[in-house]
Write a protein that binds this ligand. Structure first.
Ligand code: FES
Length: 350
């Protein structure tokens, strides 16, 4: 693990400012936090500064400290602690962070680093001759089960072999990194076992529970019955609060009829939700232009019926909640401000 210091003065720019859209974004981001707790925006702001300039400059750190009214040393502490912040210029097309912690080392991280040494530069943090690539060793990235692994900007590439690593380096060096799908590079779903499931291979819980309840031992049946009764009671209680008129609320209305009322209550037919399309109208937009959307997420969005910036640009708060539920990255839409980005991209595309 290298010592993390700011880059030499000779490469530091003399000033920093967010561009117009990032400045507006930063202003909104700071408002996400309660008064007096604005300093909590330090990580998102540093990250946005890095996305804008490619690395976190000293001037950016000073600027952010000023924006958040924080002592400079506090912002320096954050920037120099987390390895996701680059403190010196890195490769334009990719900066590869190779995990070198024990599980990854035991599974071949040394070979992965050798590929970087051979294809990029013999030493970490040295930028390749064409200025496009650089690499470093970092500590555990939390994907140990998929060791060895690397991070490139916000994406991780896991279960690597020497050949796959060489392929990844080649693709990124050629500016075609988006051809590689992040995640495991072998036939495995996320961190599920290689070669398919070895546990939880039965039917889904809901179905299994209903069908197998007859086979439960008597004691277990009693527990299930009690739990069901408790839930029914709760439902009755909630229902009575919601539906019984004040004039007759001396005591809670009998659970049965009220509960019945609730179950027959009509739920608005399909959630109005965001507008979806079975297929793109004309050519699909490149949703990867939205910061925070990679090839994998773009595919998921397409599968969900979203193909165009104009669709995302129309999302309201309720739509965001619906899509948020469908994606496995809760909060990302708001955090990366997809709607604003989509509006700008839709305008540009016109
Ligand atoms: S040890 Fe490499 S991700 Fe944890």
């Amino acid at each position: 693990m290298s010592v993390r210091r700011l880059a030499e003065e000779s490469v530091q720019p003399t000033s920093f400012s967010f561009n117009r859209s990032n400045a507006a974004w930063a202003k909104r981001k700071i408002k996400d936090y309660p008064k007096g707790r604005e300093a909590s925006a330090v990580i998102p702001l540093l990250m946005r500064a890095q996305e804008q300039d490619g690395w976190v400059t000293k001037a950016a750190i000073e600027h952010i400290a000023e924006m958040l009214d924080m002592p400079l040393i506090r912002v320096l502490e954050v920037a120099t602690f987390y390895t996701q912040f680059q403190l010196a210029p890195v490769g334009k097309r990719a900066h590869i962070q190779v995990c070198g912690t024990t599980p990854c080392m035991l599974r071949g991280a040394g070979d992965i680093m050798d590929v970087c040494k051979k294809r990029i530069s013999p030493n970490p943090f040295e930028i390749s001759e064409d200025g496009n690539m650089s690499w470093e060793e970092v500590e555990c990235q939390g994907a140990c089960v998929n060791a060895p692994m690397i991070m490139i900007f916000k994406d991780s590439y896991e279960d690597l072999s020497i050949t796959q690593m060489e392929h990844i380096v080649d693709r990124f060096a050629a500016g075609k990194g988006d051809e590689i799908t992040p995640g495991p590079q072998i036939d495995r779903i996320f961190s599920a076992p290689e070669g398919g499931l070895t546990s939880l291979t039965g039917k889904p819980v809901k179905v299994a529970a209903r069908k197998s309840s007859a086979k439960l031992p008597a004691a277990a049946k009693t527990v299930v019955k009690k739990a069901a009764a408790k839930v029914a009671g709760k439902i009755g209680e909630i229902a009575s609060k919601k539906t019984v008129k004040p004039a007759v609320t001396k005591k809670a209305a009998p659970a049965k009829p009220v509960a019945k009322k609730v179950t027959t209550k009509k739920v608005p037919a399909k959630s109005s939700g965001p507008e979806r399309l079975k297929k793109p109208s004309g050519k699909a937009d490149d949703l990867k232009l939205i910061s925070g959307v990679g090839p994998k997420l773009e595919k998921t969005l397409n599968d969900l019926g979203f193909w165009h910036f104009s669709q995302l640009a129309k999302w309201k708060k309720a739509d965001v909640a619906v899509v948020d539920d469908e994606l496995s990255f809760k909060g990302r839409i708001e955090r990366d401000d997809w709607i604003k980005q989509a509006k700008a991209l839709a305008k540009k595309a016109k």
